[in-house]
Design a protein around this ligand. Structure first.
Ligand code: GLN
Length: 474
């Protein structure tokens, strides 16, 4: 049952919010082996649902009444623990709500719990979680993607209608693609980051995952908008994204960046994306091949700049201020050293070392500063592309879901899972992944639509057109 159905039946008196929540709680219990949740707010969610039922009867229910949503465990909910998939936060309890949480609650969504993730959102497979990996509901021998793998798997398995994830280099779109659901990374600044634990602050964005484009659009309308607590949040007006869906694509100018179709691309992924392009052409869109010439530097630039920001952001976990603290430290240095050595996992340590290196005296100019300059060139590639197009179509990921263990010992291969998604974060533009067909192993394939700053409406429109024309071979 999707959110619009649930809402219609709730407002029509056919269902109660309490029964909608109960059904999801039962499913969460029966699908515990997916390991999608780190915390389930069973009692609180049921109590909230009863309150919302009261408001439905009084005719005062909010725009998200009937929605059951899960949150990636990197978002703060007052009086609940936030783990970030790490041991270093220990039993740290959030003293306040993230802005997105406040907005969801005010709109009458029910928060059902917190989802599993790669530690500090670093990873593409969920194998970096300190709490064990999440299984892909499409094939439990395969990864759900990362880092918002718990959120994508929860939606794919129906444990929640929608979920919030975060995307620094692809962490909403890549797991959405691998699990067969819709995931949107909004424009940088579209959604407040207040109460989101920082990984790389100039890249991080919160965004929705849903089983349909319409669901993600409904969530974005509620969470988007200016927030005085986040100076990088934009005050550009927030449209009614779901209300404006349904327009056609005729007359739209769609670009196909040739660098996103390299020779090594999985032929089934390429085939599906080209089929989606045909669907758009048949819908009346004009398709042109374009070039984003600095694409070959995307991965290097992303891993230099994001690790630099991470090394600085993660300096706060010193054993003194948050959560985990080494026992009987000999002195302050020993407290720092042992708390961090024991608390962080291998990938997070690798990133802190890499980021510290590129920022250190003697290497700063060669790596960090150069990375910033290349970031600008990548952004300018997109500005040029969007001068003649309304949006771009690419694959979301180079392959469908891979097996556990396949890439975890080779960080560089793992990093290449993000080859088509990091550019949106480098340029600050929005991107959506929409499922389109399956490969020969019956694994979902995702198509990515990239758009202009603050033009999420176009992404929803194009994605919803693709969504409605699923290939028949399933
Ligand atoms: N997989 C990418 C990384 O490991 C992206 C992570 C993210 O978007 N949070 O950095």
């Amino acid at each position: 049952m999707t959110f619009p159905d649930a809402r219609r039946r709730l407002l029509g008196g056919e269902l109660t919010c309490e029964s909608i929540v109960r059904e999801r709680l039962d499913l969460i219990r029966s699908k515990k082996s997916l390991n999608a949740f780190l915390d389930v707010y069973a009692d609180e969610a049921s109590a909230r649902a009863r309150e919302i039922d009261g408001r439905v009867r009084a005719g005062t229910a909010g725009p998200l009444a009937g929605m059951v949503i899960a949150l990636k465990d990197i978002l703060c909910v007052k009086d609940h623990r936030v783990t970030c998939g790490s041991r270093i936060l220990g039993d740290f309890i959030s003293p306040y709500d993230a802005t997105v949480v406040r907005r969801l609650v005010d709109a009458d969504a029910v928060i059902i719990g917190k989802t599993n993730m790669d530690e500090f959102a670093m990873g593409s497979s969920n194998e970096n979680s300190a709490f064990g990996p999440v299984l892909n509901p499409a094939d439990p021998a395969r990864v759900p993607g990362g880092s918002s793998g718990g959120s994508a798997a929860a939606v794919a398995a129906g444990l929640a209608m929608t979920a919030l994830g975060t995307d620094t280099g692809g962490s909403i779109r890549q797991p959405a693609s691998l699990c067969g659901v819709v995931g949107l990374k909004p424009t940088y600044g579209r959604v407040s980051r207040y109460g989101l634990v920082a990984f790389a602050s100039s890249f991080d964005q919160i965004g929705p995952i849903g089983s349909t484009v319409e669901e993600t659009a409904s969530v974005l309308s509620v969470i988007a908008g200016h927030d005085p607590c986040d100076s990088t949040s934009s005050d550009s007006p927030v449209p009614d994204y779901a209300g404006s869906l349904g327009g056609d694509v005729s007359g739209m100018r769609i670009g196909i960046p040739k660098e996103y179709f390299p020779p090594g691309l999985d032929p089934e992924v390429r085939g599906a994306v080209m089929k989606a392009v045909d669907v758009l052409r048949e819908g009346g869109a004009t398709i042109t091949e374009i070039s984003l010439p600095h694409s070959e530097y995307m991965i290097a630039t992303y891993y230099i700049l994001s690790t630099a920001e991470a090394s600085s952001n993660l300096a706060r976990y010193d054993g003194a201020r948050y959560g985990r603290r080494a026992e009987d430290p000999a002195d302050l240095q020993d407290l720092y050293l042992r708390s961090r050595s024991e608390g962080f996992g291998a990938e997070v340590k690798r990133r802190i070392m890499l980021g510290t290196y590129v920022l250190s005296s003697g290497y700063y100019d060669a790596y960090y500063l150069k990375g910033q300059k290349v970031r600008r060139l990548i952004r300018e590639d997109f500005d040029r592309a969007f001068a003649g197009t309304d949006c771009l179509i690419t694959p979301t990921t180079p392959t469908t879901a891979f097996a556990f263990g396949e890439k975890i010992d080779d960080p560089l291969t793992m990093y290449l899972s993000d080859i088509f998604t990091v550019s949106a974060n480098l340029a600050g533009i929005p991107g959506i992944s929409v499922p389109f067909g399956r490969d020969g192993k019956n694994l979902p394939i995702g198509v990515q639509v990239l758009g202009k700053h603050f033009d999420e409406a176009t992404l929803f429109r194009v994605a919803s057109h693709i969504e409605k024309q699923q290939p028949k071979n399933e």
